[in-house]
Design a protein around this ligand. Structure first.
Ligand SMILES: C[S@@+](CC[C@H](N)C(=O)[O-])C[C@H]1O[C@@H](n2cnc3c(N)ncnc32)[C@H](O)[C@@H]1O
Length: 261
């Protein structure tokens, strides 16, 4: 039933999605032509994607504590690295987009909620090696594998925090750290998603970009996305179906775009 709903939403998205020829804002036109449509193959893609291919073949199993949507809090089970990678990691197309967003906007501080195997973290961290990246993951054994993956990739600009977003995010933000880029990819429920959005807003600056994953994945996520796009501090919101991008730039007039990607 849920899958059918997502399919209908995807068809509606395709019908409404606009192309760059419908865009008037120079900021959005640049984003489309220089980031979304950048089809160059960066060497970092291959490194991350080779690691992903190895993880998909791994028969190692770990005990997993799941704190996110769709499970009772703290559910435990044994899962293979290969199935976690298959089910949690973004497809190459979206990972590469995270890399290009990080490369193009050169954020100083990146915060990610939901590390899993660390692949999306790697795309963002390698997109801008000068960035300081903080990523939060609730499951200790998943965090351990992510940490090993960062070492395998030789990435030095990531701080990995093992903890529940609900406690770990406020303590990261309480240090006054400004948020230039945030990727919210875990606990896909309405109230927590809105709460994380509001927490990020408190440390946001004019150029902050917030990225939400799976905005049409469920009714709750759809409602959270509607709430966020209607928020008075959001000037530009972009629906790419599998991800939503939010900008707060005060110089832009409020617009919501559904873009073909
Ligand atoms: C979809 S996966 C992240 C995938 C990763 N960003 C990628 O694309 O490679 C979501 C992760 O968030 C973690 N998570 C969910 N809810 C959480 C919470 N409340 N606190 C901490 N971690 C949580 C899960 O353990 C899971 O590993």
């Amino acid at each position: 039933m849920q899958k059918l709903k997502i399919l209908f939403r995807y068809i509606a998205y395709l019908q409404q999605a606009k192309s760059k020829f419908d865009i008037h804002s120079p900021f959005l036109f640049d984003l489309v032509t220089k980031v979304l449509e950048d089809s160059r193959i960066y060497p970092e893609y291959e490194k991350i994607e080779n690691l992903k291919k190895n993880l998909l073949k791994s028969e190692q199993t770990i005990n997993v504590v799941d704190l996110g949507a769709g499970t009772s809090s703290g559910d435990k089970n044994t899962r293979s690295i290969s199935s976690i990678t298959k089910n949690s990691s973004k497809p190459f197309k979206l990972g590469r987009l995270l890399y290009r967003l990080s490369k193009y906007y050169a954020p100083e501080h990146i915060i990610e909620l939901g590390t899993s195997m660390g692949l999306s973290t790697a795309y963002m961290a390698m997109g801008n090696p000068a960035a300081k990246v903080v990523t939060i993951e609730g499951c200790p054994n998943i965090s351990k594998v992510a940490g090993e993956n960062f070492k395998l990739l030789g990435i030095k600009n990531i701080t990995l925090i093992n903890g529940n977003f609900n406690e770990a995010l406020p303590s990261v933000l309480d240090s006054g750290k400004k948020v230039d880029l945030a990727f919210i990819d875990g606990n896909h429920l309405k109230e927590p998603t809105i709460k994380y959005f509001e927490q990020f807003l408190a440390n946001a600056v004019n150029d902050t970009c917030l990225i939400f994953d799976d905005i049409h994945w469920s009714d709750q996520m759809q409602e959270a996305w509607n709430h966020i796009t209607n928020h008075k501090e959001v000037s530009l919101s972009i629906d790419l179906f599998f991800m939503g991008l939010v900008f707060l730039k005060k110089e832009l007039s409020k617009e919501h775009f559904i873009l073909r990607f």
